[in-house]
Write a protein that binds this ligand. Structure first.
Ligand SMILES: NC(=O)c1ccc[n+]([C@@H]2O[C@H](COP(=O)([O-])OP(=O)(O)OC[C@H]3O[C@@H](n4cnc5c(N)ncnc54)[C@H](OP(=O)(O)O)[C@@H]3O)[C@@H](O)[C@H]2O)c1
Length: 457
């Protein structure tokens, strides 16, 4: 078994480690399958006894998550406002905890926990001078839920330079305790912020999209924490049942449509428009796929012909479903992250006559999810199948409704794929004689700062 991802979970005000673990509810249960979660308790105790007859105050405390597990935090609070006092003591407590239970790969901070988490991530950022509070290797990622930055000028240095580690912000549009405008101030002090909004208040949202969102985000970060030294743009190619966004059933394709398969094969094979570099005699495109996706391809069809296949898996000694006697076919590799896959491509092909063409992420839903958080993912080739197929795995979002993605014109799609593509709805028939219509689309990733400016608060 590979080492699990180790995550430090930092609770909010008037909570504790055990309360946060409880409040995370199904999110914690789900994430525990993929990561080892640790829940320290902050050193600042909420001592005031709330008047049991003061309904408004009781309600306010309950909305922050206070219950029987003890009421603690990471900063002092007066009149329901953070004074930020005790931040240094809190960092030292975290440091002791990390020494005992760490090292940690990343953090998930809720509310005040996100506030102290941002300070922690900043102090551990590569290039920062040594500090007397925390000594730990740099964190590889941070998830801020209902997060904020200190508005006090004396703390500005915690946000300068921007946080450069991969970061995900989950915020409620109806949050009145930490309004979205406050969370946005923290997002603005992070490089390439990934943002997931939910319609709720100051909570850790429990719906599947947020749980899988955190998992996918954590897996978008390489185990080593080192980004690839051989960056290449990534293009997702996916076919979805519209409007459910279903993509698979029982680890298989829910449909068999000749035109959809033909489009996938033609696009992933086409090297039209790519110039052959000096010293190279052939261009090959790459298909990156999740382990379940590779396992689901019939043996006779895998690896996919004429393309370099890389299976993304953290299963140690993954053997591609081969027996010990079988030889690993040419152009087939395994890598434990997208970044490691790009490094493998450079290592295997840089000194050969084969030139790497486009790099496609071909599924399934786990790999699509993590690739969507990857900074090198620039395009999605999206095939809509207007027919409702029963599915149990789904594409994470509708790109036409996503602020960060912009639909490209048909001419741009054809230029991008390098082959003629049917425009508008294409009538087709599935393997069970069902009549369907297909539509081929291209979405491009918007500039992150532009997407942030579109966030209305
Ligand atoms: N409609 C379409 O266009 C389309 C395309 C492809 C697939 N599909 C469907 O999708 C379904 C399969 O999806 P799935 O979500 O179950 O599986 P998947 O993404 O194919 O594979 C999941 C496994 O891949 C590995 N993995 C994925 N992302 C990773 C990452 N970032 N880093 C390290 N390892 C990573 C892990 O393997 P380990 O557990 O070994 O570590 C994970 O358990 C099937 O039904 C298939 O037919 C649909």
């Amino acid at each position: 078994m590979p080492q699990p991802i180790k995550v430090l979970c930092l609770h909010g005000w008037v909570q504790s480690g055990p309360t946060m673990s409880k409040k995370m509810g199904t999110v914690q249960k789900y994430l525990s399958k993929f990561a080892e979660l640790h829940f320290p308790t902050g050193p600042v105790e909420y001592k005031a006894e709330a008047d049991p007859n003061d309904e408004a105050e009781q309600k306010r405390l309950a909305s922050m998550g206070a219950d029987q597990g003890g009421k603690y935090g990471w900063f002092e609070v007066e009149d329901f406002k953070n004074t930020y006092e005790c931040w240094d003591k809190s960092l030292q407590v975290i440091n002791e905890y990390m020494k005992e239970k760490g090292p940690f790969d990343g953090i998930i901070g809720f509310s005040q926990g996100a506030g102290i988490g941002a300070m922690l991530a900043h102090l551990l950022q590569p290039g920062q001078p040594p500090n007397p509070y925390v000594q730990h290797p740099p964190l590889k990622f941070a998830v801020f839920i209902g997060g904020f930055r200190s508005e006090k000028p004396e703390f500005d240095h915690f946000y300068e330079p921007k946080l450069s580690l991969p970061n995900l912000h989950i915020s409620g549009t109806a949050d009145t305790l930490v309004p979205l405008a406050r969370s946005k101030q923290l997002m603005e002090r992070c490089e390439n912020p990934n943002i997931l909004l939910h319609p709720g208040m100051h909570v850790i949202p429990q719906q599947a999209i947020y749980k899988t969102g955190i998992r996918d985000f954590m897996y978008s970060v390489p185990i080593s924490g080192e980004a690839t030294k051989h960056p290449r743009d990534l293009t997702l190619i996916v076919a979805v049942s519209s409007p459910s966004l279903g993509i698979g059933k029982k680890n298989n394709m829910p449909w068999h449509i000749k035109e959809e398969m033909g489009y996938f094969a033609n696009v992933t094979n086409s090297t039209n428009g790519i110039e052959l570099a000096e010293g190279k005699s052939k261009i090959m495109n790459v298909v990156l796929m999740g382990r379940a996706c590779y396992d689901s391809i019939p043996k006779k069809n895998r690896p996919l012909k004429e393309r370099i296949n890389v299976v993304i898996t953290r299963t140690e000694k993954y053997n591609f479903g081969l027996t010990k006697k079988d030889k690993i076919p040419e152009h087939l590799y395994a890598a434990d992250s997208i970044d490691a896959a790009l490094d493998t491509l450079a290592e295997k092909y840089d000194n050969t006559d084969i030139q790497i063409g486009k790099v496609f992420v071909i599924g399934g839903s786990f790999l699509y999810g993590s690739a969507l958080y990857h900074r090198l993912t620039k395009n999605i080739l999206f095939t809509r199948i207007y027919h409702e197929y029963q599915c149990d795995s789904f594409f994470p979002f509708e790109p036409k409704d996503a602020a960060a993605w912009e639909k490209k014109s048909h001419a741009e799609l054809e230029k991008f794929v390098g082959i003629p593509v049917h425009e508008g709805h294409l009538k087709a028939v599935g393997s069970k004689n069902e009549e369907v219509e297909l539509e081929f689309e291209l979405y491009g990733k918007d500039d992150v700062s532009h997407a942030l400016s579109k966030l209305t608060v």
